[in-house]
Design a protein around this ligand. Sequence first.
Ligand SMILES: NC(=O)c1ccc[n+]([C@@H]2O[C@H](COP(=O)([O-])OP(=O)(O)OC[C@H]3O[C@@H](n4cnc5c(N)ncnc54)[C@H](O)[C@@H]3O)[C@@H](O)[C@H]2O)c1
Length: 356
Amino acid sequence: MAQIAIEASRPYAVHIGPGLLTELPQPDGPTVILSDSTVAPLYADRLSNLRTSDPIIVPPGEDSKSFATLERVLGELANAGLDRSGTLLALGGGVIGDLGGLAASLYMRGIEVIHCPTTLLSMVDSSVGGKTAVNLASGKNLAGTFKQPQAVYADVETLGTLEIEELRSGFGEVIKSALIGDADLLEWIEPQTEACLAGDPEVLTEIVTRCVRVKARVVSADEREAGRRKVLNLGHTFAHAIEQVAGYGEIPHGVAVAVGLVLALEAGAEIQLLEDSSLPGRVGDLLEKLGLPRNLDELRERSGNSLAPPALQRAMSLDKKSAQGSPRFVLVRRAGSVEPDSPLNEGLIESLLTPR
Ligand SMILES: NC(=O)c1ccc[n+]([C@@H]2O[C@H](COP(=O)([O-])OP(=O)(O)OC[C@H]3O[C@@H](n4cnc5c(N)ncnc54)[C@H](O)[C@@H]3O)[C@@H](O)[C@H]2O)c1
């Protein structure tokens, strides 16, 4: 079991380990569980020692990050008689965390939220740091708030029921965390990719703990993304363009991030920022062992989508992280050290995206 302190404006702890769900302390005030219809039948029972109202269950998947579902959740919080002393307990992946966090920040101008992430991606990334959101027709995560939780409980045992593709996808964010702030984590994972994918609880506890430490350092230094927090977007300018061009939901986020990492490494090598020329190949090999595409061409082949360079470039120029239409990139100097805000010229981007 590990415990990591997040030094945000509202400090809290992230608890990580197998079996945590059955040990959750009773939250103060009336409590409601929010979950999805895949996770609730698997894990809501493990919270049965807590006094809670009937759980609010939404359909699984990205479509639940909508205003319509948010409105329904807010209505059900009211129907459950929750007052301002209430707590929403978000049990599920990043969709439930983002939706639940936003509902908690809006209901009666803010109630407590406790995150119980159940996917690798939500344990290492979305449950920590306080970003909440729903999607708009014009883009992903365009309506949201910052809402730091009261606590996070990552029970790695829940990862045992995750579809293997979801687990693989989570490793995209794991490798991102290693490149941002924990070079040793790459070395640590390399010889034990099989144990990682087999869901070994000790291995996963170590991985989640180390990734959360990286995120904790970044978020504690820059809670609202005024500067340094941008490093968490490593690979994401490329990834969001890939997801948008393929059609949201077609390519899992973590898979797009994995390919985005390789593109960011290649870009860094091209402009001679990357000090370790073996790193793109090394990361490619690791992604391959984890069952992820090792580069953009392999993703094109696997997905059957041409992911045409002009479409990707158009999508990148509309990215939230653009400055006056020119996308900014997080680039890697060496494993564990990144540059948060680099422009890249159009010609270089085009050549990186061109099929080889
Ligand atoms: N707030 C942030 O900082 C942040 C960061 C990264 C990503 N996100 C958001 O996170 C979302 C993606 O999160 P995700 O990948 O966890 O997706 P998700 O919540 O959709 O979960 C993926 C699928 O796995 C199922 N599932 C979840 N836990 C399970 C378990 N233990 N066993 C079996 N099935 C399980 C879910 O029902 C769902 O079908 C995106 O909307 C993304 O925008 C937010």
